[in-house]
Design a protein. Sequence first.
Length: 333
Amino acid sequence: MTRRDATTSSFRAAVIVAAAATAWPLPVRAEDAGCVLRGEPVMPRNVSVYDAKVGGTEIAKFTGAKVGLGVSSLPEDGTGRAAVETTGFRIKGFVRARDLPVFTARSVPVFAGHLWIAEAQRVAVVGATGGRARVEKSVFSPLVGVFQGWAPCESLTLGARVAPGFAPSGSARGFVVKRDEIELFTEPKGDVVTTVERASDGPGILLWSDDRQGAWVHVEHHGEVVIDAWARAQDLSPLPRGETMDQLAQGVVQTGTPSLKVQGNTKALRVPSPMPLRVAASDAAAVIGSLDAGVEVLVLDVVAGWASVVPKDLGIAPAGAAQFWARAKDLGI
């Protein structure tokens, strides 16, 4: 039941909840590629799209619906913007990297061999370099902490995933951490991996074990983070044999996609051929994207040979009083 071989990472990523040793990734080579992510995530409502990596003008907002999205680059730090482009009804721009709904496709090592951000977890991107992204996971129950780790970009994905299940071995025994915090170690009398803090409003942290060496217990935890470490027996409260403490299991929260409508008269049509989208009804206006052939759009208005359009699925909308414009004749109007 060990996870010791689950990663071959040669570095230790920072753990904000503990004073664990940290090593940065290897220097970036010129030929190293950046992060590229694609998917159909449900983008958080009102996340802004800008026309520049820094500063610039807000050109669009996501509506909270599912949208096809590609991310072509991630910033070096968590305050920066990522380059994005929607699919079909293509809006190109930049969004704050932390706002992207990025999930782990595989577990991400925090302290190699002992602590991971689990698979299928929503994480915030706080940096990227050389085909790797630094991600952060905030956990609030049953333990509390902020965990960071470096992951290859192929270990990340856009959009929610189903978390894998976990079943302890038949010989495993449950333990509960009821004290405010507990130290975890690499081995009996070994180095400290981290100090885990228990959520003050929870029943305790459930750990599993089928290995004990004297005053030390080899424990595992499987939740938003995965732990494989050693703890002092005196810091644990054993459950009665056969007790699983099901109330500690975390529930799955699912949110529906909002239903959106456009007020007033609209005309639905399919785009006959690729064409640019502009920020204003003029050939001199900046191009902010394009329409693919066959994509369905709603025409909101036609002014002086220009059509104001939005995607039929309403996954993205103009920001404020702005509009998306295409030549009316190119749409067959």
